[in-house]
Write a protein that binds this ligand. Structure first.
Ligand SMILES: [Zn+2]
Ligand SMILES: [Zn+2]
Length: 101
């Protein structure tokens, strides 16, 4: 371990209406809309400082488009949220069933 970390290493923060100043995370537009339906929650990064996720529909379009194409991005409608909003969406939209096909 060394002490010469660059200051640019700080996580980017967002001023969330609900949670105040928090670390940023990214969700698709579908996951941030109020809904009673479980949409699925597909995480795209295993880095805890880089939280990004989208729903099952976005995952299908991503696989069909084979990448982050214009069509995918238009469907995805990615939004920057705070890490607590991300955690809440994860709790709401994670598929509960463990034995699905
Ligand atoms: Zn989505
Ligand atoms: Zn928030």
């Amino acid at each position: 371990m060394t002490d010469d970390q660059e200051p640019a290493d700080e996580p980017i923060t967002i001023e969330c209406d609900t949670h105040g100043k928090r670390t940023t995370a990214v969700l698709c537009g579908h996951l941030i809309r109020p809904t009673d339906t479980v949409l699925g929650f597909v995480e795209n990064s295993s880095d805890p400082d880089d939280q990004q996720a989208w729903c099952d529909d976005c995952e299908r379009v991503f696989l069909r488009e084979d990448g982050k194409t214009g069509a995918f991005l238009a469907f995805n409608e990615a939004c920057v949220v705070c890490d607590r909003c991300y955690a809440r969406a994860k709790a709401l939209h994670s598929n509960q069933s463990s034995g699905a096909n």
